[in-house]
Structure formats: C-alpha cells, structure tokens
Design a protein around this ligand. Structure first.
Ligand code: FES
Length: 119
C-alpha cells in the first residue's frame, strides 16, 4: 500500500493504491483547507482550488493532471497565482489519485512575492 507523508503535519498514512488524496487526508484528520475555505469550499468538485498541495516527492506516483484540473488551476485566481513556480508539482488533492509513495505539503502559500513571480 502506498504511503502519503504529510510533511507539515509530520504524519504518514498508508492508503489503498489509486486512493483520492483529499478523501485520505480527511480520513487522517489532515486539514487541507486554509482559513475560510475550511467552511467554504467546493467539496471536492475541483472548482475552488483551495485543496491544493505541493507534491514534494513521488510526483511519478500521482495520477496525471486531467484537463479539468489544469483548467481549474488556470482560471481560478487562487490556483493561478499559487502554482507559479510549481506548475507541475502543485496539485488539487480532490482531483489526484495516489498510486505510490508521495510526500505532500498542505496549504502552500500564494506566490505573490516569490522570486519566480516577476521573472
Ligand atoms: S475541494 Fe475545491 S478544488 Fe478541491
């Protein structure tokens, strides 16, 4: 069974292969949503981009980004700004399946002032 290591929470959980990352995080008591999104989020429909995580290790063990996830990240301002500098490893937990060991960072900050934003 794959292991998901939530680095901020220092928590590792075993999940079934092909498991949905959002559902497994919720089962493990890991808070994916920052601030007001704990109440107001799209409940896993892939619309709000507030369940985003950065895959630190094991990107090859994640399901590939579908068209819907890519579109959501490009059209939602939160997703758009957050993914700058993390275009490949920034994922929506609700849209990602875990096929092998991964390490993820929950609640990554927006990158409004990062070195990669302005060039
Ligand atoms: S829960 Fe809204 S995009 Fe994942």
């Amino acid at each position: 069974m794959p292991t998901v290591n939530f680095v901020n929470e220092k928590k590792a959980v075993e999940v079934p292969s092909g498991a949905n990352l959002r559902q497994e995080a919720m089962k493990a008591g890991v808070q994916l949503y920052p601030g007001i999104h704990r109440v107001f989020n799209c409940q896993g429909l892939g619309l709000c981009c507030s369940c985003r995580v950065v895959v630190k290790k094991g990107l090859e063990n994640c399901s590939s980004q579908g068209v819907f996830e890519k579109l959501s990240m490009l059209t939602n301002p939160e997703g758009f700004f957050a993914r700058i500098g993390h275009e490949k490893e920034m994922r929506l937990a609700c849209q990602m399946r875990v096929n092998g060991d991964v390490e993820v960072e929950t609640q990554p900050p927006l990158n409004l002032h990062g070195e990669k934003f302005w060039g």
